[in-house]
Each structure stands twice: as structure tokens, then as C-alpha cells.
Write a protein that binds this ligand. Structure first.
Ligand SMILES: [Zn+2]
Length: 348
């Protein structure tokens, strides 16, 4: 039996040597280890052997099977690796080909300016409020000291949805009136309300029938004065336009504030010397502001003998235009990606 075993092993080793594909190796395996093969023949002899020979014969048989299986496994493994390598070589990726570039987006710069302003005011304890764009005449005009028939309404003519009472808000100040009424004249208020507003303006480079306002309101029992407003505006301007930005107030007139001011920043393009951006004045107007008119406080539930406040408002587009050097307000709404690509990553 030992000779038989060794003979079969060397026979298989010899035959397998010359094979170079998996199919042939499998055929050979079936030939030796299959049902009709010599190993199976030997196995069937086992039952006829005398008991004393059975044990050693059985052990030998197992060794033979194990040895043959090993030989086949090693060869199969070798051929499979060879085949895989061949496949990998033929499928090589040519990394010298240019890839397909996928354009990446960037935050909308108008949103960026609004977020920057929100962050600034939230750091000073202000809340951010939202309000309806379709508004009642009462909140948009009357509670803000602009009764029906007041000439100031002409400058803020808007779109009416239903009769004379329901309109598209011409200013986010309407939200301020709502928030004051909500607080019922009892609590101090620090709020800003960024949002869309509408005017019956002809669209041109600096006007749009639809634009974004950021308004703010502070109401306190303590002595609040114009200097608090000035300090707040100064800090905001430095945050948005840089530490060397200088600010100034000019007297103005609004119905909902008294006294009223227009707020300017020093022109960052010419540092105050005068250029085309600032129309040679050295200053850029940013917002309107003032101390809340006693009538507005009273109509919105706050006793003007106890409470004082300031309010301000400015256009987010105007800010973004100055900050990013955009000359036409329509750029924000025309959705032309080529134009947007010019300025969307200036800071990054
Ligand atoms: Zn200038």
C-alpha cells in the first residue's frame, strides 16, 4: 500500500506539472479523486480487509487523500493568481486621462451677509425674528406712524393683494410692530428681522422691486440714547467692512423715528479721499436709523415715558454690493452662474 500511495502521488505531481489551465487541473482531480478514480477503488477495498490491517490501511488512505488534495489546491491557487494578475494587467487604468470636473457650489453671498449680521447681533443678545411677507396695512404703515393718506406712503408704494388693507410689506419694520405688541409693553426688546420686502420701483442697477432688508430694534427702560445707536452701528460697520472703518451720522427724517439719522461709513475703496464708488464724497450711506418715535411706542403698547429705544434698517443687497464690489443689484436675482462665479469665493 505504501508503494501504491507514493506511486500515485508522484504520478499526479508529474502530470500536474505540465498543466496550465484550471479546467485541465479539475479534470485530473476528478480522474484521481472522483467516484470512478483509483482512490475510490482503494476505499472500496477497505471493507474486505481483515480487522488488523484495516487501521493502518485506513490511515494510509487518509494520508493519500490529504496529500492529493493539497497538490491540487496548490496548483489551483497558483493558476487563479496567475489569471487574476493577467486580468489586472490587461485592465490597467490610464491615470493620465483628464478627469471630469464637477463644479462645486458656494454659499449665496446675500445669505452670507445676512448670516454675518445675524451672528453679530446674536452675540450682543439680540433675537432674530421672522414675519409674513404678505402684511396688513396696520402693521406695515399705521402702527409705524404712517396713517392713511400720509405723503410718506408715496415713497414706499407697494403691491396690494386685496383692496387697501392687504399688501406685500414695503419694510420689515412691520415685524417690529408685531414683536412689540407681542411683548405687551412689559419686556425689553432686542431684535433683528432680516427678510424680503417689496416696492413699486422700476428695476435698474440700484433699485429692485424686491429686495432684502435687515432691520433692528432695541427697547429698554434704561436711558437709551443716540450714542448707544452710534456705538452699535460702529461695531457692526467694523465687523462687516474692517476695523479701520469710520462711521458718521447725518440728520434725516423718518416717520417712525425722532430724531432720525442716515448712517454713513468711510469709503473703503479710497479711504475717504474720494472716488467713483463714493461719488467723490469719501462716504457711503448704509442705513437709516433713529430713536423710536413716541407715537410708535405708544401705538405698539409701550409707554414712551418709561420706555425708550432705537431702530435701524438697511438693505442686505446694498451691503453685499459694497462688500463684494457688485455694481448691479439685478445680479442677485438673474441666476446667471457665470456672473456669480466672479465673486462667490472672494474671501475663501
Ligand atoms: Zn471712495
Amino acid at each position: 500500500m505504501i508503494e501504491e500511495k507514493d506511486r500515485m502521488i508522484s504520478e499526479v505531481k508529474e502530470k500536474i506539472e505540465s498543466l496550465d489551465n484550471l479546467r485541465e487541473v479539475n479534470d485530473l482531480k476528478v480522474l484521481y479523486l472522483g467516484k470512478k478514480g483509483p482512490v475510490n477503488d482503494l476505499t472500496s477495498k477497505l471493507k474486505d480487509l481483515p480487522v488488523e490491517e484495516k487501521k493502518s490501511f485506513g490511515m494510509m488512505l487518509n494520508e493519500l487523500k490529504t496529500e492529493l488534495n493539497n497538490i491540487f489546491d496548490i496548483k489551483i491557487n497558483e493558476l487563479e493568481t496567475k489569471e487574476l494578475n493577467k486580468k489586472l494587467e490587461s485592465e490597467q487604468i490610464d491615470i493620465t486621462l483628464p478627469g471630469t470636473s464637477i463644479p462645486s457650489g458656494a454659499p449665496n453671498i446675500l445669505e452670507k451677509v445676512i448670516e454675518e449680521v445675524e451672528e453679530f447681533f446674536m452675540s450682543m443678545g439680540y433675537d432674530v425674528y421672522d414675519g409674513p411677507e404678505i402684511e396688513e396695512d396696520k402693521y406695515n404703515f399705521e402702527l409705524l406712524n404712517i396713517p392713511k393718506g400720509h405723503p410718506a406712503r408715496d415713497a414706499q408704494d407697494t403691491f396690494y393683494i386685496e383692496g387697501n388693507e392687504i399688501l406685500l410689506r414695503s419694510q420689515t419694520s412691520a415685524v417690529q410692530a408685531r414683536v412689540m405688541l407681542e411683548h405687551e409693553g412689559k419686556e425689553p426688546i432686542r431684535m433683528i428681522c432680516p427678510g424680503r420686502t417689496y416696492r413699486r420701483d422700476e428695476d435698474d442697477a440700484t433699485h429692485s422691486h424686491n429686495f432684502t432688508q435687515i432691520e433692528g430694534l432695541l427697547v429698554e427702560k434704561k436711558d437709551i440714547s443716540l450714542s448707544d445707536l452710534k456705538g452699535t452701528f460702529d461695531a457692526l460697520a467694523k465687523k462687516l467692512f474692517g476695523e479701520d472703518c469710520v462711521t458718521r451720522f447725518r440728520p434725516s427724517y423718518y416717520q417712525f423715528t425722532e430724531p432720525s439719522v442716515e448712517t454713513d461709513i468711510s469709503c473703503f475703496a479710497c479711504k475717504g479721499k474720494g472716488c467713483s464708488l463714493c461719488k467723490n464724497t469719501g462716504w457711503l450711506t448704509i442705513s437709516g436709523a433713529g430713536m423710536v418715535h413716541p407715537n410708535v411706542l405708544r401705538m405698539c403698547g409701550y409707554d414712551p415715558n418709561i420706555w425708550k429705544g432705537f431702530a435701524f434698517g438697511f438693505g442686505a443687497e446694498r451691503c453685499a454690493m459694497l462688500k463684494y464690489g457688485i455694481s448691479d443689484i439685478r445680479t442677485f436675482y438673474n441666476a446667471d452662474l457665470r456672473e456669480i462665479a466672479n465673486f462667490d469665493r472672494k474671501e475663501d
